[in-house]
Design a protein around this ligand. Sequence first.
Ligand code: LLP
Length: 413
Amino acid sequence: MNHFTYRKRVLHAEEVPLPAIAEAVGTPVYVYSSATLRRHFRVVTEAFGSHPHLVCYSVKANSTLAMLGLLVEEGSGFDIVSGGELARVLKVGGSPEKTVFAGVGKTAEEMAQALAAGILFFNVESAEELAQLDAVARAQGRCASFAIRVNPNVDPRTHRHIATGLKSSKFGVPFDEALALYARSKRMKGLQAVGVDCHIGSQITRTAPFKAALGKVAGLYLALKEKGHPLRYLDVGGGLGITYVSEAPPSPAEYAKTALSAVAHTGATIIFEPGRVLVGNAGVLLTRVLYRKKTPERTFVMVDAGMNDLMRPALYDAHHALQPLVQRRGQTLPVDVVGPVCESTDVLARQRPLVLPRQGELFAVMSAGAYGMSMASNYNSRPRPAEVLVDGAAWRVVRERESVEDLWRGERA
Ligand code: LLP
């Protein structure tokens, strides 16, 4: 459920008419709904009921400070993948002791920074990374808590670019090797094993892959406990999908039921790392129609948001619904909605049935809260969009539109 709805044919974010924001701030602009984000967080954390658990929001999905701040208010933990994300979490008062650190390429500096901050644990993805973490911890006179991210070799049945739990993937460690790594870690003075981790992919819309993966991980957790490792955490990763078009992903309650049925018997505290399910449908990208052009083959509509602002369609063939900010009646025809970037993949929507858009007309690209702004770039020397946070009838700019001066900051001509 989200708070983007039509009232008298005008699309609103909560109580605010979106055309008002587009006029005041300009386009392209990301607009987020606080009520939607808060609600999603509560639904997700309540889904696990009384079983000990910690929701660690996956910062990569949307790392805007104001969004992280809202999640801090809700009591969220964080799943980070870089020193930059750690700095953002700390900046908004997030708790390091509720933060877990993933990624296949953490540098020694990033490890040192996270250790000094006192994060909950590191999710380690290779033998060499484990040795590096041990060295960094010993140099600080500390002991680093860690989990091994295991690769359960389960097909999440999602887009191949966002599948991570297959044998061929760069992520995680095979089960057999994981056992050996935990055993070796007992002899490493800078390390303390505290859990087991997995994450099999993103935008997963069925429960079966989660069930298969978590069943295997629970088995490993118990085997390790038996070998005397004092484990407490079972990190089940993120990956729960959302509805972009007609997908029917499991609800957070259904997801949690599946996860708990696979791992509750271990007695471990569950760490869940949702990204998309929290923020995806809490954000839209507003864009304005620049021009239209008819060719013998197609009708093109050029808008002012490009693949640099929202990369998902170009990168994953992702489908985002397009909603006019002011509904109007008329016959629909298939149009290609394209951005201004000089790449043929800069297509927001292909052959999308729309009432022929007019010049200057405003559209909302729906479900753009996750992996939208956080993946935006400056390609074609395009300043990144502004961001606005709505709360009831109030709204404020939470990130200014970049200026061209921002683009060359640090450069020397
Ligand atoms: N935990 C780990 C270790 C992850 O790698 C990810 C996402 C998550 C949690 C959060 O997954 P989520 O709940 O959001 O599915 N840019 C792509 C998605 C990449 C996901 C990367 N890892 C997209 O736009 O679809």
